[in-house]
Write a protein that binds this ligand. Structure first.
Ligand SMILES: O=C(O)CCC(=O)C(=O)O
Length: 253
């Protein structure tokens, strides 16, 4: 990962950790419980109409789900579908962290949310974000949970330093709704679990190998993920156009 300016300030340590380990955990994003609840309310609205959203915006990322009963329901481009998400304190705070890690010219390229139902919530397959997006060469994803998320609830899992290996060849499978899902085969023992409390976030480099566990907990595991990259304005437009042509996620921006 490169950075256009040397990161400084209270988040400088996160930049160092993402660079060396590929991921970091920030226990406090600095937003209030009310701000978190408001963001969650907006995302809940999208999942409430999951079945009515266009198929390219809402699908089941899991395996073995049935129509109407997805195991890893995912909504893509949430902030395009619900623009009020961009006015939230969570959005602003995530941008501040991303800017501190990536440097100037940081902008959000894409966002999505995964709500894993209790009991049936499946694993999120191992992958690199770069496996889904061949246009961006570096970037950062910030994972925002809306509840305390422990191993039992399906917290994030990372393979430390795997980002140093660059983009890997991904396998593909077709998900329950017909969506192509890119994934990697990884030895679970090489990964670390990263539990995160509500109000905190985890973050990872685009080349980081990661996944998330099943939800064996009692509540829906809600998480919103915002991706960031750096580029001057004219390059952002070019990237957006390339994504649209290639049919990649984040094509709206
Ligand atoms: O929330 C999850 O289950 C996984 C999120 C993830 O893997 C991603 O954002 O790429």
């Amino acid at each position: 990962m490169t950075s256009t300016t040397a990161p400084t300030g209270r988040y400088g340590h996160l930049a160092d950790q993402v660079r060396s380990e590929g991921y970091a955990h920030l226990p406090e994003l600095g937003v209030s419980a009310a701000d978190l609840a408001e963001t969650r309310r907006l995302l809940d609205g999208l999942f409430d109409r999951f079945d009515e959203l266009p198929a390219d915006k809402a699908h089941d990322l899991g395996t073995g789900g049935q129509p109407g009963r997805p195991t890893v329901p995912e909504v893509l481009d949430c902030s395009t579908l619900e623009p009020r998400l961009r006015d939230t304190a969570v959005w602003a705070a995530a941008h501040e962290v991303a800017r501190a890690v990536l440097g100037s010219g940081t902008y959000s390229t894409y966002d999505h949310a995964i709500y894993k139902p209790p009991g049936i919530g499946g694993r999120t397959s191992w992958h690199q974000d770069a496996g889904f997006d061949q246009v961006l060469d570096h970037g950062l994803a910030i994972w925002v949970p809306f509840q305390d998320t422990d191993v039992v609830d399906g917290c994030m899992r990372y393979v430390p330093r795997s980002h140093l290996a660059g983009r890997m060849e991904h396998l593909t499978r077709i998900g329950p709704g017909g969506k192509e899902v890119f994934h990697l085969e990884v030895d679970d023992d090489s990964a670390v679990d990263v539990p995160c409390r509500a109000g905190g976030v985890t973050m990872h480099d685009f080349y980081m190998v990661h996944g998330a566990g099943q939800n064996h907990g009692e509540h829906t595991r809600r998480a919103w993920v915002i991706d960031f990259a750096t580029a001057p304005l004219h390059k952002r437009a070019l990237r957006g156009a390339k994504r649209a042509v290639l049919g990649l996620r984040g094509q709206a921006r």
